[in-house]
Design a protein around this ligand. Structure first.
Ligand SMILES: Cc1ncc(COP(=O)(O)O)c(C=O)c1O
Length: 341
């Protein structure tokens, strides 16, 4: 059986896939099993921000796995401590602290949980059109398109129109623990908030004793031409969530808490067996080092200018997939609907 037949036989068919099997990657290139080479503008779902299989990260993983592959959060680990320091220093707010988990959805779940326990309130306000993950509270916080036909989602989560400060003010006044927002809504078509909106939300949250959470799973780690959207828009949230590129492909998520939030989190409040494990931690430190040393945030800003000036953008994801496949595949794509992770 070839890889496609094997996977179709044994893996639940939750994704519509492109019709080829990838074998290896290097930098921004990937190769399929037939030896065809592709320029990966998709970045493995925004994970390969510093390229595929970066030598700095694979070396760090190899060294760490030979020393100690895993130990839990019940002991101190230098690798975890260094990864947390690297993320705090990268984001540049002294006194912030990190909770490590394994994915973007988990990071958002935990951020909402922290907000509820710190404020003693239950309600979470989100913007329509956002995407926050597939676990219970994260999907409840996500836009309507992804909640369709799902029952039993976490309660106490309401949505207001993206960019509408008046609606946010009304929703927050009604006893909200937090406002959770993607500063740039990725699946919505890269809908970008204004700095004024984000700073307005920060002020409203302060006024209502609510916490502002930026979901930076897509916008973090240098991709917006600054360390994160928080820096690009000069708006201070109480928490930021990260995942995707954080460990270059080793599963990892993180919640970065401002000092006034982290001071209120107590032992037993949160937990994760694998979060902050040595392997992911080594990959996080190595990834952040590359982003800093190679000035990749600056590079992203330069590339944005070049890409905007050079490319014509397809009007929809479907036409983008079609264009991709007609350029690079012998057979066209199957429907790409419902493929968002
Ligand atoms: C903005 C945003 N938040 C959260 C998630 C969920 O991340 P994960 O798939 O790692 O759970 C995603 C995934 O695409 C995302 O784009």
């Amino acid at each position: 059986m070839d890889s496609k037949a094997l996977e179709d036989a044994y893996v639940l068919p939750t994704y519509e896939k492109f019709p080829f099997a990838l074998e290896r990657g290097e930098g921004c290139w990937v190769w399929d099993e037939a030896g065809n080479k592709y320029l990966d503008l998709y970045g493995g779902h925004a994970v390969a921000a510093i390229g595929h299989s970066p030598a700095e990260v694979t070396a760090a993983i190899a060294a760490q796995s030979a020393k100690l592959l895993f130990y839990s959060n019940l002991v101190y680990l230098k690798a975890r401590a260094e990864a947390a320091r690297a993320l705090v220093e990268f984001c540049g707010e002294k006194g912030s602290q990190v909770f490590f988990c394994n994915s973007g959805a988990e990071a958002n779940e935990n951020a909402m949980r922290i907000a509820r326990s710190v404020t003693g309130k239950a309600k979470i306000v989100c913007a329509e059109g956002g995407f926050h993950g597939r676990t219970a509270a994260a999907i409840a916080a996500t836009g309507a398109k992804y909640r369709k036909n799902l029952s039993g989602l976490g309660g106490d989560i309401t949505h207001v129109p993206f960019g509408d400060l008046a609606a946010a003010e009304t929703a927050l006044k009604d006893d909200a623990a937090a406002f959770l927002l993607e500063p740039i809504q990725s699946v919505q078509g890269c809908t970008t908030a204004s700095g004024e909106y984000l700073r307005g939300l920060a002020a409203l949250c302060e006024k209502n004793n609510s916490l502002l959470i930026f979901d930076e799973v897509q916008t973090g780690l240098g991709r917006v031409g600054a360390p994160s959207a928080r820096h690009a828009f000069d708006a201070r949230p109480h928490m930021q969530t990260f995942a995707k590129a954080l460990a270059s492909g080793v599963p990892a998520g993180a919640v970065l808490c401002a000092p006034e939030v982290s001071a209120k989190v107590k032992p037993g409040a949160l937990g994760s067996t694998f979060g902050g494990g040595p392997l992911a931690s080594a990959a996080i430190s190595a990834t952040l080092k590359v982003i800093v040393e190679k000035n990749l945030a600056e590079n992203a800003a330069e590339m944005e200018e070049l890409i905007r000036a050079t490319f014509k953008f397809p009007s929809s994801r479907r036409s983008a997939a079609k264009a991709f496949c007609s350029a690079s595949c012998s057979t066209g794509p199957r429907s790409r609907r419902g493929t968002r992770s």
